[in-house]
Design a protein around this ligand. Structure first.
Ligand code: GLU
Length: 292
């Protein structure tokens, strides 16, 4: 199966946008223009009959700005308060944009317990199923106001991991992580001009994890290591995963059309298909020079 065959017929898609994708780095304010385009892309996917779930970061950053704080919140309590204020504002903006197309949305805030505890997991799945049935687009974030390390249920730590667990929970067939990096490189592209973008990843092995180690290029919580962790969770659960640069949000359309953007991590089923092809057995990744 080639990339196009793998991607064009996806039915249930989880799309994660990082803080750096939806805000201006200079001010930390929401990039309304981009968010509006993002919502349009999502509704267009809905119009094609696909189900979408958004995992959106930004609560802490938006809350910090709303509260007029100059610096990043230092204490845990300040972070919790920023998240609580910011989450409401973020949802208000999403609501407003989706409303222009008469598309209902829902806020779903999860904690780690939502996926580790059997009963909570069942409840969460039931809620998502019903929202899909009602044609609602769920917008998910971690419940940062209460999900802190000190509390017994712990936290996801970053929305890459959260998005992967959501993909697993709802049996999504595709997870897209829109970030501020083009994809996985053979080395840190900022330090090594010879670094090449890896277009397709089969097996996630030690060599690949090593490549990802240095490349913590993202300003948000998750670096490349968290994306590899997310890829392991999602692909083992049967979802393919793509990491791509969210600078141009329309890249989501290119991904869905099977164009060669970002890095595609093959689900375990597609990995098996690939391993059957001659010459592909031992190969974990196809490294090719990036044209961009
Ligand atoms: N949940 C955090 C927020 O909405 C973001 C975590 C992350 O950047 O991965 O602010």
């Amino acid at each position: 199966m080639d990339r196009k065959e793998i991607l064009v017929n996806k039915k249930r898609i989880v799309i994660k946008v990082g803080t750096t994708t939806i805000t201006y780095s200079e001010t930390g304010n929401i990039n309304l223009d981009k968010l509006e385009k993002f919502v349009r892309v999502l509704i267009n996917l809905r119009n094609q009959g696909k189900e979408v779930i958004v995992v959106s970061s930004g609560a802490v950053g938006v809350g910090k700005n709303a509260l007029g704080m100059k610096q990043k919140p230092e204490t845990e309590a300040a972070k919790q308060a920023c998240a609580a204020v910011g989450q409401a504002r973020l949802m208000m903006i999403y609501e407003k944009l989706f409303n222009e197309y008469a598309q209902l949305t829902a806020q779903v805030l999860l904690t780690k317990e939502s996926v580790t505890n059997k009963e909570c997991r069942r409840n969460a799945r039931q809620a998502f199923d019903e929202l899909f049935r009602m044609n609602v687009v769920p917008i998910v974030n971690e419940n940062d106001a209460i999900s802190v390390d000190e509390l017994s249920y712990g936290n996801f730590g970053d929305n890459d991991t959260l998005a992967a667990y959501v993909a697993k929970l709802v049996d999504a067939d595709l997870l897209i992580l829109m970030s501020d990096i083009n994809g996985l490189y053979t080395d840190d592209p900022k330090l090594n001009p010879q670094a090449k973008l890896i277009h397709t990843v089969g097996r996630i092995d030690a060599r690949l994890e090593y490549m990802a180690k240095g490349a913590s290029t993202e300003l948000g919580t998750g670096g490349m290591a968290t994306k590899i962790k997310a890829a392991k969770i999602a692909t083992a659960a049967g979802a393919d995963m793509v990491i791509a640069n969210g600078e141009n949000i329309y890249t989501i359309n290119d991904i869905m059309a099977g164009k060669r953007v970002g890095t595609l991590f093959l689900s375990k089923e597609h990995r098996k298909d690939r391993a059957k092809k001659p010459g592909m057995k031992k190969k974990s990744a196809e490294a090719e020079e990036t044209k961009s």
